[in-house]
Write a protein that binds this ligand. Structure first.
Ligand SMILES: *Cc1c(COP(=O)(O)O)cnc(C)c1O
Length: 426
């Protein structure tokens, strides 16, 4: 298809994330990708390829077109790409679930595979509500969270995103009411910890679970918080009979410097969601893990099953690639690579903090964030980054990058230079 033809059809028929119909801005056409480079169908602003600063939204941690992941996909494709999971099982799903149990905190023993992060959050919520129903506490029907979070775009997850200024504000009167507390401060404050304890105690009769993104709040505003708050949540939840869900969909698989955000606090949630980087960015898959207490509680109840079962549950192709991606990650010193990227981002982005209009630069693990004192001019910022040979996708007042772990030092420096250019332009 010719590029202009493709773009005309795209505009006429194809919806893009958080976009109007027809689209108002022209997307870049990607022809192929390998390593950390996206190859464009036609050069844009003089660039035939772009260094990927986004890991395709946290997912492509090994880069693109990786020989090991390709081989896993091809091998599985020749066996079967899918069979239903009701009444059937297969090695890729069993291996993946076992592997996830091995690498996540010890109390998490049971794995529900689904097709996207939002669905894994729906499943987490259903598990927790159903657990309390099963053990005779049906009044615990709400979830509690702190503001500034993001848990997905389907209905239950939307109700957990920050109700103000977030992407789902439009639905505030329609969504399930949940219990919100203030967003976590960036430093440890005992008064905030006390507030968490008080609110959990106050709402324990109606709250089934607290759900948070550990260590980094992602699409809700790219904010970091001290892991000590996670220990406060764990203790208060235990004390008052409330379950704790960690949404590790963005933080999982090493992104913050530890394998999971939970590891920074040394606590285990009762339920954990993973997604995004689970398949190394190859295919859509997510998982919800839970403890034996929750699994047994549900299975002792009046309706002794978890009534959820996506058509593509446990998809063998995605599971085979996920196994390969986890094995690839664990076979290398990923923590060293994340540390290297952290250092590169700290050094490379330091000058950006001096620019007028920049409120703050913050770096944690392989995540670099530039927060402006105004909303980003998306078109201008994106164009400046593309001219510098880099793909980033700013939102609100944020220009941020979370590069694949395989990004070399020179490419990392180019990413930092492009973020600098985007901050000047945007
Ligand atoms: C992206 C994300 C989700 C939603 O995952 P999808 O696969 O887009 O449905 C949920 N929670 C967090 C923390 C995320 O970053």
């Amino acid at each position: 298809m010719r590029n202009d033809e493709l773009l005309a059809l795209d505009r006429a028929h194809v919806w893009h994330p958080y976009g109007p119909m027809p689209g108002r801005t022209e997307p870049l056409v990607v022809d192929s990708a390998s390593g950390v480079r996206l190859r464009l169908a036609e050069p844009v602003h003089g660039q035939a390829e772009l260094i990927d600063g986004m890991s395709s939204w946290w997912s492509a941690l090994h880069g693109y077109n990786h020989p090991v992941l390709n081989e896993a996909a091809h091998g599985q494709l020749d066996r079967m790409s899918h069979v239903m999971f009701g009444g059937l099982t297969h090695e890729p799903a069993v291996r993946l679930a076992t592997r996830l149990v091995e690498i996540t905190p010890a109390p998490l023993q049971h794995v529900f595979l689904s097709d996207s992060g939002s669905v894994s959050v729906e499943v987490a919520a259903k598990m927790c509500l159903q657990y309390w129903r099963s053990v005779g506490r049906p009044g615990k029907q709400l979830l509690m969270t702190w503001r500034g979070g993001y848990h997905g775009d389907t209905w239950q997850p939307m109700s957990l995103c920050d109700p103000e200024g977030g992407m789902h504000e439009l639905w505030s009167g329609v969504l399930q009411r949940q219990v919100f507390v203030d967003a976590p401060p960036v430093t440890y404050e005992e008064s905030y910890a006390d507030m968490l304890r008080e609110q959990i105690a106050l709402h324990a009769h109606e709250v089934a679970a607290v759900i948070v993104e550990p260590v980094v709040q992602n699409a809700g505003g790219m904010r970091f918080h001290p892991p000590a708050y996670l220990r406060v949540l764990r203790e208060a939840c235990d004390e008052h009979g409330v379950l704790l869900i960690f949404d590790e969909i963005a933080t999982g698989f090493g992104r913050t410097g530890t394998l999971f955000g939970a590891d920074q606090a040394g606590v285990s949630p009762d339920v954990m969601c993973v997604g995004k980087a689970l398949t190394g960015g190859y295919l859509s898959m997510a998982a919800t893990l839970c403890t034996t207490e929750i699994a047994e509680g549900i299975s002792r109840g009046e309706v002794p099953v978890l009534a959820h079962g996506p058509t593509f549950m446990g998809n063998p192709l995605a599971a085979a690639v996920a196994c390969a991606s986890i094995d690839l990650l664990m076979s290398q010193d990923w923590a060293l690579e994340v540390k290297r990227i952290e250092t590169g981002l700290r050094e490379g982005l330091a000058p950006v903090a001096e620019l007028p209009g920049v409120r703050e630069v913050r770096v944690l693990g392989a995540i670099g964030v530039v927060q402006l004192d105004h909303d980003v001019d998306m078109a201008a910022a994106t164009e400046a980054a593309v001219r510098a040979g880099v793909w980033v996708r700013p939102f609100r007042d944020l220009i941020y990058t979370m590069p694949p772990y395989v990004t070399g030092d020179e490419d990392l420096a180019r990413i930092c230079a492009a973020v600098h250019a985007a901050a000047v332009a945007g």
